[in-house]
Design a protein around this ligand. Structure first.
Ligand code: NAD
Length: 497
């Protein structure tokens, strides 16, 4: 019997009859581990109605009450981090240590949200006119929707949910149907921490549930993370319905290696950032831009390191796990075939991997292509797998032009010992998150995460101050306490006196 994975609405697991369901797999064995309920429009309506009801009280909950729930939630997640990591690995496939890292980064957002009393503090000006004061308020939006991808089933929901709740909103989360169980754990633990019923709801599903959220009159904002075509669609449909939308999309992240870089450090970084989580990270490095004459020495070092990696079941202490589904494995493998057919040099071919795991797992080993050119599909497309391309260029200017011509602008890194060159790159590159000798420059909770160009639709990045801004509406109050001296008729525009 496989497990039924169901919605979490109004403080409890859903008890309704399942309608459509989807299969959930253990990617390291290829076996079905569960069936997830796929919500229809009517189910989404029930969840949104629960969130509307809960919002009437939660928007007025004191900051002290909200933070006491967040502190308790933080303690629960921290105490059960291993359980959450194991749940992630069982459905996503990433190795346990990587899943633990994801949980840690999620915890940091919960901790940031615990500071909401300071984050919501506004401005106050006394005597903007004689006897008149002005001050700002930031108030919750109401019901907010979060739609998350498969690759960070705990961290991405945690980018948004703690901050949204801390700001006094109520939430409906639609997690990826590929690895849905982490979201259910988070919802149950939030309840246990004292969050009132209906403040945080989880509705599982696919496009039908997403469309129902995008069209729902009572959903005031949408925070989406996923592939670029869906991000663009969510942004356009959500904003057309009058909602505030932040839609984070796909990526193709370049790592530029200048001739003066430490090549051992650069090779370590390329391998870690290219093959961690089997390349299924929106901040994965998928292109190394080698500024000559470093390419031969760099490729040799990367290939040597790949030789030491163990691909296999994430529960066995391997370095790299399987891909998430059989369909995704087929798609990524088709890119490996296309790269070879287009004339790129396969220095390491992951199709030859002997995995430390069950025969039915979705295995592809680390793959390294050299002599990749910008017209090849392995260069232009987001592959989202363990496929690293090396493009050789003659100069810094050529490297910069290549990165800036890319459709995506999520993350990038430069490896160099020249501070001036690094400073120039951070200034000139058209990418939202830049690493200097740091291959995966994911901002901490108190900064905001987001890319440029086709990597983000909308103008607000996730978490940090921009997250607080996204989940609140500003208001300015101008107040005067009555005094007979202020009477009299004056139809002129108010000015300071
Ligand atoms: P995806 O776009 O397939 O799915 C994301 C979410 O959208 C899921 O909840 C899914 O159920 C839903 N969805 C899928 N197709 C839909 C459709 N046609 N209409 C409406 N909703 C739909 O993405 P994924 O495969 O789950 O995740 C991988 C992608 O996410 C990669 O492109 C990766 O770069 C991107 N990503 C981006 C960031 C970022 O911060 N920019 C972070 C993580 C992942």
């Amino acid at each position: 019997m496989s497990e039924r994975i169901t919605h979490f609405v109004d403080g409890k697991p859903w008890t309704g009859e399942p309608g459509r369901t989807g299969e959930v797999f253990d990617p390291a064995t290829g076996t079905v581990s569960g069936h997830v309920d796929l919500a229809g429009t009517a189910d989404v309506d029930i969840a949104v109605a629960a969130a509307v009801r809960a919002g009437r009280e939660w928007r007025d909950a004191s900051l002290a009450r909200r933070t006491s729930v967040l502190f308790a939630f933080r303690e629960i997640v921290n105490a059960r981090r291993d359980e959450l990591a194991a749940t992630i690995t069982a459905e996503h496939g990433k190795v346990l240590s990587d899943a633990a890292g994801e949980v840690q980064r999620g915890l940091e957002i919960i901790e940031y949200a615990c500071g909401i009393p300071t984050l919501l503090a506004g401005g106050h000006s006394e005597n903007v006119s004689t006897g008149v004061d002005s001050y700002t308020l930031r108030q919750p939006l109401g019901v907010v929707a979060v739609i998350s991808p498969f690759n960070f089933p705990a961290m991405v929901p945690l980018w948004f949910v703690p901050i949204a709740v801390a700001c006094g909103n109520t939430v409906v989360l639609k997690p990826s149907e590929k690895d849905p169980s982490s979201a259910g754990l988070l919802a149950a633990w939030f309840s246990e921490a004292g969050l009132p019923d209906g403040v945080f709801n989880v509705v599982h599903g696919d496009k039908e549930a997403v469309d129902a959220l995008l069209d729902h009159r009572d959903v005031k904002s949408v925070s989406f993370v996923g592939s670029t075509p869906v991000a663009r669609y969510v942004y356009e449909r959500g904003t057309a319905a009058g909602k505030r939308v932040q839609a984070l999309g796909g990526a193709k992240n370049h790592m530029v290696v200048l001739p003066d870089a430490d090549l051992d450090l650069a090779a370590d970084a390329a391998v870690n950032a290219g093959f961690g989580s089997a390349g299924e990270r929106c901040m994965a490095i998928s292109v190394v831009v080698a500024v000559e004459p470093v390419a031969d020495a760099l490729v040799e070092r990367i290939a040597a390191r790949i030789g030491g990696l163990r691909t296999g079941d994430g529960r066995r202490g391997c370095d790299m796990g399987p891909l998430v589904t059989a369909a995704h494995l087929a798609r990524v493998t088709s890119y490996v075939e296309a790269g070879a057919a287009a004339g790129a040099k396969a220095v390491v071919d992951g199709r030859d991997v002997v995995a430390d795991g069950a025969a039915g797992g979705y295995w592809l080993g680390p793959t390294l292509f050299d002599h990749v050119t910008p017209d090849m599909s392995i260069y232009t497309d987001e592959i989202f797998g363990p496929v690293l391309s090396v493009v050789r260029v003659a100069s810094y200017d050529e490297a910069l032009a290549l990165v800036n011509a890319c459709e995506y602008g999520n993350g990038t890194a430069i490896f160099t010992n020249d501070g001036g060159a690094a400073r120039r790159y951070q200034h000139e590159v058209e990418v939202g998150m830049v690493g200097v000798n740091v291959p995966i420059p994911v901002p901490m909770a108190y900064y905001s995460f987001g890319g440029w160009k086709s990597s983000l639709f909308g103008d607000t990045h996730a978490h940090g101050r921009e997250g607080v801004h996204f989940f609140t509406r500003g208001k300015v109050v101008t107040s005067r306490w009555l005094d007979p001296s202020h009477g009299g008729i004056n139809l002129g525009f108010p000015t300071q006196t």
